[in-house]
Design a protein around this ligand. Structure first.
Ligand code: ATP
Ligand code: MG
Length: 389
């Protein structure tokens, strides 16, 4: 078995909830590595995950995607705590030609050599026995850590950066308004990073939008699944509402009013679904419907918490995250969402709320209840072939 050491992310700041956070992290790790039968040991400061050597790399990769982890490091363990045994293990871990620093931590205070002396002795041994090494105490290429504990000695080098944040699920559940575009999936990722579990809500206007567009959304939801979210995707049949707005209401206000309808549905759905907030990918000024005036007019239909993680992000910053999390290539596939298909030539930038109220008088609100009654869920597991369609 190989040993992976995990350092917790922001858990240190959550003293009261610490055990809850750690236990949730254990569950999330178990589910991320479920087919590899990991053995997990946790303590207050870190966690050790033991897995078979043949799956070590895959496990490390998956762990870097689990929220609540600051660093993932492959570690070695020796029961023999003698300085000779530490030196020879250290030698196995260092390649020639690098700059290095040894740092020792001795939680076993009965150990007869103090930390400084262990570091010095091991460092000296390495310089003598590995070619072309150089000590660099300020910015070494290899940081060799030695931890002397009751049960034995752990040795490890620089780890891989984890995803940070809080373990998914520790901060409740929200609904993500998920479109096939670039932004909403990134907004979902950032919200999950803060410990929030997500269900997904997609507004669909068949036949004006295609089933390929839905497939894109399924794939985007599956990207978030890789980061430890096991939420469901729900589809709102939005065609009648959109057609009615398009046919009967002021064309310039089409998007504003359509978004108010989306928010109304999202709020009712969130309440039914026991979600504490609604998340979306809105970003200030990105399009006409996301000016502050528009956001205010759209937000007017609900007092539910609306989380907009991308509110102050530039599009280029959003695109960078999308590439990093692996959603970008899916998002740029060419199928259109319901928002883009009915775009008016001159959408209003500063909508007037009184005008919205008077336009909405022409709208048949029973369509909202009808849409909610007809929401259905889509199986994310069946995204291989088109059999979910
Ligand atoms: P994205 O913003 O994800 O690139 P988009 O550009 O199509 O997609 P916008 O018009 O910018 O979407 O809408 C802002 C936000 O509204 C989206 O980020 C998403 O959260 C939500 N939204 C838009 N269209 C839909 C839809 N068809 N289903 C669910 N949510 C949607
Ligand atoms: Mg957008």
């Amino acid at each position: 078995m190989k040993l992976i050491m995990i350092k917790y992310a922001e858990l240190t700041t959550k003293k009261d909830n610490r055990n809850y956070f750690i236990n949730t992290l254990v569950k999330n790790i178990e589910s991320a590595l479920f087919e590899f039968d990991p053995i997990i040991e946790k303590d207050y400061f870190r966690m050790f995950v033991k897995v078979d050597e043949s799956v070590l790399d895959e496990c490390v990769l998956r762990l870097t995607k689990v929220f609540g982890i600051h660093e993932v490091t492959i570690a070695s363990f020796i029961e023999d705590k003698s300085i000779d045994s530490i030196c020879s293990k250290a030698k196995n871990l260092i390649c020639s030609g690098v700059s290095f620093k040894v740092e020792t931590n001795r939680s076993d205070k009965t150990y007869q050599i103090n930390s400084m002396d262990v570091s010095r002795t091991v460092g000296g041994y390495l310089l003598k026995n590995v070619s072309n090494l150089k000590v660099d105490v300020h910015s070494p290429e290899v940081h060799l850590n030695i931890e002397i504990r009751k049960e034995g000695v752990y040795l490890y080098k620089n780890g891989l950066k984890g995803s940070g944040g809080y373990p998914t699920g520790t901060l409740g559940k929200a609904v993500l308004m998920l479109s096939g575009g670039i932004d909403s999936v990134v907004a979902g990722y950032l919200t999950m990073k803060r410990g929030v579990k997500l269900d997904f809500l997609y507004f669909e206007s068949l036949p004006h939008t295609s089933l390929e567009a839905r497939k894109k959304v399924v794939e985007l939801a599956s990207v978030l699944k890789k980061y430890g979210n096991d939420g469901k995707l729900y589809v709102v049949p939005f065609t009648k509402i959109q057609e009615s707005i398009y046919r009967d209401l002021d064309n310039q206000y089409m998007i504003t009013i359509m978004r108010r309808m989306m928010y109304r549905i999202a709020e009712k759905f969130a309440k039914k679904n026991k979600s504490l907030a609604i998340v979306n990918g809105e970003s200030i000024g990105q399009v006409a419907s996301q000016t502050l005036t528009s956001i205010r007019v759209v937000n007017d239909v609900t007092n539910y918490p609306i989380i907009r993680p991308l509110a102050s992000f530039d599009k280029l910053e959003i695109m960078d995250i999308a590439r990093k999390i692996g959603s970008y290539d899916i998002s740029i596939l060419p199928y259109e969402d319901c928002c883009t298909i009915f775009v008016p030539t001159h959408p209003v930038i500063n909508p007037n709320i009184e005008h919205v109220y008077s336009e909405e008088k022409k709208f048949d609100f029973s369509l909202i209840d009808e849409a909610i009654d007809n929401i259905f869920s889509v199986d994310l597991e069946k995204d291989e072939k088109d059999d979910y369609l």
